[in-house]
Design a protein around this ligand. Sequence first.
Ligand code: PGA
Length: 241
Amino acid sequence: MKLYVANWKMNKTRTEARAFAGELGARIGARADRVELVLAPPFTALDAALDPAGRWALAGQNLGSEGFGAYTGEVSGHMLAEAGCRYVIVGHSERRRLFGEDGSLLARKLARAREANLIPIYCVGETEEERDRGSTDSVLERQAGTLSQDPPRSPLVVAYEPVWAIGTGRAATPEDAAAARARLAGLLSARADLRLLYGGSVTADNAAELLRVSEMDGFLVGGASLDAESFARIAGLGQRS
Ligand code: PGA
């Protein structure tokens, strides 16, 4: 089953999240059993984005690297799980780049996610400079190495998100996404339950071709997930039922 994750980043109030959930529910009707949908709203809108009918799951966009305690501003894995999350995004490039999150911190976050029974959606991807230098493969290898302590039999989602493609309108070519998919599948061949996603300027117009050629298991979608119709179309649930 393909997996489509909506990463809203720092967008949508509770009121806006409720409106989105209502519209998405109306669009997909009862048909969401053909695909797996996940919404990753801001923490404050988790309950507003929850579907009582269970047609989509929730993800946190981030979690604290410690279990609990005096860490002002942090939200723990257990808090996310109790708030209804099944997944949590770990190591998004915006966290790495803007908030200085590195491999050792991310390894601790992965461990906290597992303690809370959350499935990590672990993000990897090279910057434009790294790509121009020809170091895409070594970057993916280093970032995948952060998973070395993560239990290999537990379900894991890894999203390949080239930094130069995020929010730029310049998606990777389907062939580049296919190459990254093959590379990551090789690096993570010991994993028993792995799904690989592509992320970076996915839209309703490029999704079908990207998915077909890259053979990815789905997408992590930013900008185009803010609109319920656009997100439903990306997931192949275009027509109102
Ligand atoms: P984008 O973001 O779809 O807006 O490029 C993707 C992401 O950051 O997950």
